[in-house]
Design a binder for this molecule. Structure first.
Ligand code: SF4
Ligand SMILES: [Zn+2]
Length: 341
C-alpha cells in the first residue's frame, strides 16, 4: 500500500482500502449489551447498562477507528432503534430498572459506533421513543462527533428533560466526544477533521446546556514522531479538563484492522504498552482540576492482554487499573523484575 496521503478524500479512500469485511449484524437487535459499574461524581458506584446499538456506519473515516466493523451499510428503519433498546433492557432488567435507595444509581450508555446525533444512524423521528425508554435512568450517556453537537443535541436533551420532569433536577445527558489527541501532526493525520477550536466550541455547548462532557483520549496514536506518548496523552487530558470534561477516558490505540497495520509496518505507529497506559493514568489523575469536584479519569481495560509484554505481572497490573478506576486514586507502581529488564 502507498504512503498515507495528504488530501482528505485520498485519506478516506486509503483507510477504506485497507479494511476487511464487517461483522454480520441483525438490525432488530443491539449487537452487545451488558451491565458494569463505574464511580459517579460522588465516588459511589453507579450501575451502568451499556447497549451497543446496531445502525448505519459513521460518515467519518478516522484512521484509528475500528467501530465500522459493527455497523450496517444502510440506515435502519424508524422504530428499529427503540426496539433494540427495549429488547436489550428487557433482557438485562427483566424486573424493570431498580432505583434502590441507598444503592447504585442506574446509568444508561447508548453507544452506536458513531454519533448518536447522526440522523442517518439514529432516525430523528425515534428521539421521543428513545427518551421515554431512557426515563427510568439517572443518566444517559451517548457519543458524538463534535461537529454534530447541533440542534439535534438540543432537541434530544430537551426530550430527556421533559421525560424526567418532577423526578430529578440532576443533569441527565452526558455526551462523549472523541478528543483523541491535541498533538498537531497526529491530530491532523487522524482524519477526524475537527480543529481544537471546533472541539472546544462543541464542548462549551454541551457544558453550557448543563449536560455533562466525557472525552476520549488516545494513548499512542499514530504519527507522534519521536514525541512521548505518555506526555502527549496527559497534555490532551489537560485540554479536556480545561474544556469542562467531567470524565476523561484513556483509550490505548488498537491495531488489528487494515490502516493501523500499514502504519505499523511503515514505522508511523508504535502500539502502546500497558505500562504507558498506567503512567498516563497515574499522571492524568493528578492533573484533575482542583476547583471542580467529581472529575474522573478512567483507563480502558477492554482487551488489555494485547498491550502486555509480560505474563508475570499482567494480572496484577490489570487489577491495579481496575481498582484505580473504581477508587480514582493512584496506587504505587507495581514492581516486576522481568519488566525492569
Ligand atoms: S467519528 Fe468516531 S465513530 Fe466515526 S470514524 Fe471517527 S472515531 Fe470512528
Ligand atoms: Zn512484568
Amino acid at each position: 500500500m502507498d504512503a498515507f496521503p495528504d488530501s482528505p478524500s485520498a485519506r478516506d479512500a486509503w483507510i477504506v482500502a485497507g479494511r476487511g469485511p464487517r461483522n454480520r449484524l441483525d438490525p432488530s437487535s443491539a449487537y452487545a449489551a451488558f451491565i458494569e459499574t463505574e464511580p459517579d461524581e460522588f465516588g459511589l458506584a453507579a450501575e451502568v447498562t451499556t447497549v451497543f446499538l446496531t445502525n448505519r456506519e459513521c460518515p467519518w473515516r478516522c484512521l484509528m477507528c475500528d467501530l465500522w466493523q459493527n455497523t450496517l451499510e444502510v440506515s435502519v428503519p424508524p422504530g428499529a432503534i427503540p426496539a433494540q433498546i427495549s429488547k436489550a433492557l428487557t433482557a438485562l432488567h427483566p424486573s424493570g430498572i431498580r432505583h434502590p435507595a441507598p444503592g447504585p444509581r442506574p446509568f444508561l450508555k447508548l453507544y452506536n459506533a458513531g454519533s448518536f446525533f447522526d440522523t442517518a444512524a439514529i432516525p430523528h423521528s425515534d428521539y421521543e421513543a428513545i427518551a421515554r425508554l431512557c426515563s427510568p435512568f439517572d443518566r444517559v450517556i451517548v457519543e458524538s462527533h463534535p461537529a454534530l453537537i447541533n440542534r439535534r443535541f438540543d432537541e434530544f436533551h430537551s426530550l430527556l428533560q421533559k421525560h424526567r420532569e418532577g423526578a430529578s433536577t440532576a443533569a441527565v445527558l452526558e455526551v462523549a466526544l472523541g478528543l483523541e489527541t491535541i498533538h498537531p501532526v497526529a491530530r491532523d493525520r487522524l482524519n477526524k477533521r475537527v480543529s481544537l477550536d471546533q472541539f472546544r466550541t462543541a464542548a462549551c455547548r454541551v457544558v453550557e446546556s448543563s449536560a455533562l462532557l466525557r472525552c476520549f483520549v488516545l494513548i499512542a496514536p499514530p504519527f507522534l514522531g519521536g514525541d512521548d506518548p505518555v506526555a502527549s496523552a496527559v497534555e490532551t487530558a489537560r485540554f479536556a479538563f480545561d474544556c469542562g470534561a467531567s470524565v476523561v477516558a484513556l483509550i490505548p490505540t488498537r491495531g488489528g484492522h487494515g490502516a493501523m497495520e500499514q502504519l505499523l509496518a511503515s514505522g508511523d505507529w508504535r502500539p502502546p504498552g500497558l505500562i504507558q497506559l498506567e503512567q498516563a493514568f497515574d499522571l492524568a489523575l493528578a492533573e484533575r482540576p482542583s476547583k471542580r469536584s467529581g472529575v474522573r479519569v478512567f483507563a480502558d481495560t477492554w482487551d488489555l492482554e494485547r498491550f502486555s509484554a509480560c505474563p508475570a505481572c499482567f494480572s496484577a497490573r490489570k487489577a491495579r487499573l481496575e481498582r484505580m478506576n473504581h477508587h480514582q486514586k493512584a496506587e504505587a507502581p507495581l514492581p516486576c523484575v522481568p519488566c525492569r529488564r
